[in-house]
Design a protein around this ligand. Structure first.
Ligand SMILES: [Zn+2]
Length: 128
């Protein structure tokens, strides 16, 4: 059983976090489709004969967008996971130590998977 470091979230709190998560999901999905369009839309078919060695600015720009895209997909996945946790009643529980994540932290990052202690430990180890 988790120790009683942080109080359990009330139904009202859960509802509040669920709303933020659903908003985050909408924003992230919207951003994603926009990014997809930028990354793949206009220049989706790259003609190999037109790519000149040395002219890397377009390629760099595309790669940069794809990196953004990847990060957003990961965030979106975390948001989706968090919504699922709200639905199955495990929202707010740290995946590392199983203590409740502080409410202030969840307000700042509603899709947080770890409490601040476990997050810091993970950062110190250099991995996230
Ligand atoms: Zn923890």
């Amino acid at each position: 059983m988790p120790s009683k470091k942080q109080p359990k979230l009330s139904a009202k709190d859960l509802e509040e976090f669920k709303v933020s998560l659903i908003k985050a999901r909408a924003v992230l999905s919207g951003d994603l489709s926009q990014l997809h369009e930028e990354a793949f839309g206009q220049n989706g078919n790259v003609d190999a004969s037109e790519s000149r060695p040395g002219d890397t600015s377009d390629g760099y720009y595309q790669e940069f967008n794809l990196q953004l895209l990847e990060r957003d997909e990961e965030t979106l996945q975390q948001v989706l996971d968090a919504i699922e946790r709200v639905n199955n009643g495990t929202f707010g529980q740290c995946e590392g130590c199983e203590n409740m994540i502080a409410k202030e932290r969840l307000r700042a990052v509603p899709h947080a998977r770890f409490c601040i202690d476990c997050q810091r430990q993970a950062e110190r180890r250099g991995g996230l």
